[in-house]
Design a protein around this ligand. Structure first.
Ligand code: FAD
Length: 406
């Protein structure tokens, strides 16, 4: 029995425990997580951990001693399979029943798989956990050609690492451009050109028919037009499905993840939800109910839930931000660009340092900054304030963005 039971030991779960203790919460806290590791950072899995530039110990969110010192009980390698919301108990896959006073559901999501024949062959990978990446790394030496399916951030980052390792990489995106769901066309075209310049064969509007098999393992990707792209490894990065079945079965509201209010409360008593699985009303998305898949959102919602549990109801109102590293390009984004009606470019993409600024009704709603950390830092206030700025001011790189904040 724990006063606060946190389900999911990822970014949100770890930060919830940290925030509770920072808020001087003295009750008992446990994190129950189905991965065997202590909480670790997920972004390096497609970046420096995959590139073998960082060892696992360096991506732990806190060292082991922290959790002991803060008296956070770690129940690792264990999965919650059902919830009795009235009795305030959960049941784990190994049959144990654990009681709670409050629960924070922070389970993220599981990678969406291909549905075509061959999707489960050896050599077909997803990138969500350390175990996923360790499996890929163990096979890499025997790989000379790889196909990445999905031109979102994870697919693009994986392609950049693979090409750095000297692999011949084909990237398949079903839509007419990469990053189509998260960025404007200019950024998409810039990244497509960068990957091509690094030798990645970027194919758009690409329809996969099936994964071809030889001796039980993937040996190629067959396209709808009959072409077979030969490869020894396939990496699938086509999004996640939020892990909320036990909550929904227990009666929580939600259709895409689990619905939460502005303090991260689900419709079930004393159960909060945060991070990738939490569908919340976001002020930076024109008040739409969305799920955000970012470290920022997981951490900030963790703090919101921890505060609510300790008696401070402070509505979640954090500016979204995100980053992506590919080759020597550091992309930093602030705000949400969905619903933009105009973009302006600040700086010259040919210089490989520039920003795309997204406007809606003349107001700045988001920035995508490539190797342009000043714009990223200073543009935040424009997004927070929903500031209207004449376009010629935004494009004038001689004027720092901070000077445009009223
Ligand atoms: P997670 O961190 O996914 O943690 C959820 C945990 O709960 C997992 O360990 C899961 O196994 C466990 N779990 C699930 N169900 C159960 C259950 N029933 N019982 C017990 N445990 C369970 N974001 C950025 O902002 N910037 C980036 O550059 C970036 N890069 C990324 C690269 C990769 C390869 C990936 C996979 C993600 C990246 N993200 C990035 C997204 C970011 O990592 C997530 O948004 C963040 O991890 C969400 O935190 P979370 O706590 O909601 O879920």
């Amino acid at each position: 029995n724990f006063d606060v039971l946190i389900v999911g030991g990822g970014h949100g779960g770890a930060q919830a425990a940290v925030a509770l203790r920072q808020g001087k919460y003295e009750g008992t806290i446990a994190i129950i997580g189905d991965e065997p590791e202590l909480p670790y950072e997920r972004p390096p899995l497609s970046k420096d951990y995959f590139a073998r530039e960082k060892v696992f110990e360096r991506i732990l969110i806190r060292p082991a001693s922290f959790w002991t010192d803060k008296e956070v009980t770690m129940l690792l390698g264990r999965r919650v399979v059902s919830i009795d919301a009235a009795a305030h108990t959960v049941t784990t896959a190994d049959g144990a029943e654990i009681g709670y006073g409050s629960m924070i559901w922070a389970t993220g999501g599981s990678p969406r798989r291909l549905s075509c024949p061959g999707h489960d062959l050896a050599g077909v990978h997803v990138v969500r956990t350390r175990a996923d990446v360790d499996r890929m790394m163990a096979e890499l030496d025997g790989v000379s050609r790889a196909v990445v399916i999905g031109g979102g951030y994870i697919g693009l980052e994986a392609a950049a690492v693979l090409s750095k390792f000297g692999k011949q990489v084909t990237l398949l995106e079903a839509l007419p451009r990469v990053l189509a769901r998260v960025a404007g066309e200019e950024l998409s075209r810039f990244y497509e050109a960068e990957h091509r310049a690094h030798g990645v064969d970027v194919r758009l509007g690409a329809m996969v028919e099936c994964i071809e098999e030889r001796d039980g393992a993937a040996c190629g990707v067959r396209m709808a037009d009959g072409e077979v792209i030969t490869c020894e490894m396939v990496i699938v990065g086509i999004g996640i499905i939020p892990s909320v079945e036990p909550l929904i079965t227990a009666g929580a509201a939600g259709t895409n993840g689990v619905d939460v209010d502005e303090c991260c409360r689900t419709s079930l008593p004393d159960i909060y939800a945060i991070g990738d699985c939490a569908a919340h009303i976001n002020a930076f998305a024109e008040g739409a109910r969305i799920r955000l898949e970012s470290v920022q959102n997981a951490n900030d919602q963790a703090t919101t839930a921890a505060k609510a549990i300790t008696g401070t109801l402070q509505p979640y109102h954090a500016v979204p931000w995100f980053w992506s590293n590919q080759y020597d390009l550091r992309l930093q984004t602030v705000g949400l660009s969905t619903g933009y009606d105009k973009t302006v470019t600040r700086g010259d993409p040919a210089s490989r340092s520039f920003s795309v600024i997204y406007l809606r009704n003349g107001k700045v709603i988001a920035l995508d900054c490539v190797n342009a950390v000043k714009d990223y830092v200073q543009g935040r206030a424009l997004v927070m304030g929903g500031v209207s700025v004449p376009e010629d001011k935004l494009t004038d790189t001689a004027v720092p963005l901070k000077d445009l904040v009223p």
